[in-house]
Design a protein around this ligand. Sequence first.
Ligand code: PGA
Length: 248
Amino acid sequence: MARRKIIAGNWKMNKTPSEAVKLVNELKPLVATEKADVVFCVPAIDLIPVVEAVKGSNIQVGAENMYFEESGAYTGEVSPAMLVDAGVKYVIIGHSERREYFAETDETVNKKVLKAFEHGITPIICCGESLTQREQGITIDWIRQQIKIAFLNVTADQAKTAVIAYEPIWAIGTGKVATTEQAQEVCKAIRDCIAELYNKETAEEIRIQYGGSVSAASAPELFAQPDIDGGLVGGASLKPDFGKIVNY
Ligand code: PGA
């Protein structure tokens, strides 16, 4: 079975609601394709206007984070039901910036992944090693641990529909893209880990993205790798270049 590619933009903390609508309208014709899934992951306050702005296009909308409780006294957080009601289909979970600046752990990632599935939102689950870990030769061990904890208590049927984003931390926002060999090696290791946790069928269906300084220049070779099913794109997702990446 051929996996469908998925190209997601991660806008991070960029674009006010009015700027977001303007950007969507600029990018809409550039990312129009039947060949891949296209997702714009945008700041929480932009979600509602962006869902409205993408209506009638091939673009789906994702959040960049959500909380793992249903509702209540969690000042400042956004619940899964709020996302669903707003028309959000995807949510990025455990991005390295959230782990670094907002104290997210493998355990909170797992709680959020379970909640997202419970509400029918597709999680884009992020993992990735630091430069030190790569230099120490523990990349694969580290990633396997992140994946095993993220998928605790997730069923095979749920896991099949998940998206994993492999994002080496040293490649994020640095312009220093992983080599295709490095990216493919880790994405394959992730697929093997899913096969161990579940079975071959689940591993064949789950989609694994590469993220970290993806550009129009690097996308074609990366996305041609057997275990890379698209990308999670930061900086370049805010520019017309995103159209080139989607149509790689
Ligand atoms: P980048 O970000 O493409 O700007 O490196 C990727 C990400 O953080 O998802």
